[in-house]
Ligand binder design. Sequence first.
Ligand SMILES: [Zn+2]
Length: 150
Amino acid sequence: MNLTKHFTLAELTASSKARSLGLDNTPPPELVPRLVRTAEMLERIRATLGVPVIVTSGYRSQAVNRAVGGVATSDHTQGHAADFVAPGFGTPEQIARSLAPLVDLLGIGQLIYEHIGGKAWVHVSTRTPEKPANRVITITAKGAALGIQP
Ligand SMILES: [Zn+2]
């Protein structure tokens, strides 16, 4: 099922963790409209970057979210968020730096540059955090910092 031109429901619900643990990661039907909004945000990001965007994690059921060590209130469990890379554009840090000034324009509620244990990706959510300062942050093994940090 296509959510938008370039993004499918399968892409936004794929989880290697769910597969390896035999967990069902099918979203409840009421979350599908949210996943469409998330895919629409990814389309705007794709158009801006000018290269394909590879979703590494989208929707996560609570069980899958727990298995990957996500926080219980994660926007992934609500269908608001997606993690992605876009190697055709550059590193996740380069992507995050390029998107940070455009969050309003692109309708990105929250932009997080995450780099933990040698892995890096960009997290985007359609949901805007309560504190405006938390809209663009970096998360590393040491914790969270404001803005995009190396
Ligand atoms: Zn994420």
